[in-house]
Design a protein around this ligand. Structure first.
Ligand SMILES: N[C@@H](CCC(=O)N[C@@H](CS)C(=O)NCC(=O)O)C(=O)O
Length: 210
């Protein structure tokens, strides 16, 4: 398989995480592609002119990133990132759409800032920022619900982003117990995480399509 990619694309990074999680990294040849270069040939591969685009071993070209990720998920025998139809699937797809929507908003905001100043529209950039904020809150609420953490007192305080860990099918959560020390654990699907007494903020790293 050949992946048209750029290391700066968040959509490509999502595909890269999927490759790692599915153990398929070695099966893909990465072809650096600069979509903003006027000379780029990407439109000969993907008519939308976007990356990521995956050329499969049988010559099919797949795009957008959710399609590529689901295709990759079909190629391995391990735990599936995309559950079969049913409640877990709709929950997973909703999370996927939330992440994609946040990414879209982030990219729109970035592109707006790259226009010549006279063409920039602040309200549009602010709108995207608001979308990202709302989506972050939604994600945070969802993670707390999955972790069984009580909402009041949790997730209200903002803290700087911390390094994220992706754990397939699992939710990793941690709490600051008030004196800077952190306690946490990996929660199996449907499991609970009991916050230590005195904990003042909950934070969860990432749920991957589980
Ligand atoms: N919905 C698409 C978005 C892909 C996308 O917008 N990629 C950007 C790079 S981060 C791109 O190729 N942009 C080129 C363009 O919009 O012309 C996906 O999930 O793959």
């Amino acid at each position: 398989m050949k992946l048209r990619f750029s290391p700066t694309s968040p959509y490509v990074r999502k595909v890269t995480v999927t490759l790692i999680e599915t153990g398929l990294e070695d099966r893909v040849e990465r072809i650096p592609t600069s979509v903003w270069d006027p000379e780029t040939d990407i439109a000969t591969v993907n008519p939308l002119g976007k990356i990521p685009a995956l050329v499969t071993d049988d010559g099919q070209v797949l795009f957008d990133s959710p399609v590529i990720c689901e295709y990759l998920d079909s190629l391995h025998d391990g735990d599936k990132l995309f559950p079969a139809p049913g409640a877990p699937r709709w929950r997973a797809l909703r999370l996927l759409a939330l992440g994609d929507g946040m990414t879209d908003a982030g990219v729109l905001k970035l592109l707006e800032s790259r226009r010549p100043e006279a063409f920039q529209y602040d309200k549009w950039a602010q709108r995207q920022g608001t979308v990202i904020g709302r989506a972050m809150d939604d994600r945070r609420r969802l993670l707390h619900r999955l972790a069984g953490l009580p909402l009041p007192g949790f997730g209200l305080a903002r803290r700087p982003p911390r390094p994220r860990r992706v754990v397939r099918g699992l939710l990793r959560a941690s709490v600051d117990d008030g004196d800077g020390a952190e306690r946490g654990g990996v929660i199996p699907r449907g499991g609970r995480f009991d916050a230590p007494a005195g904990a003042r903020e909950g934070a969860a790293d990432q749920v991957v399509f589980s």
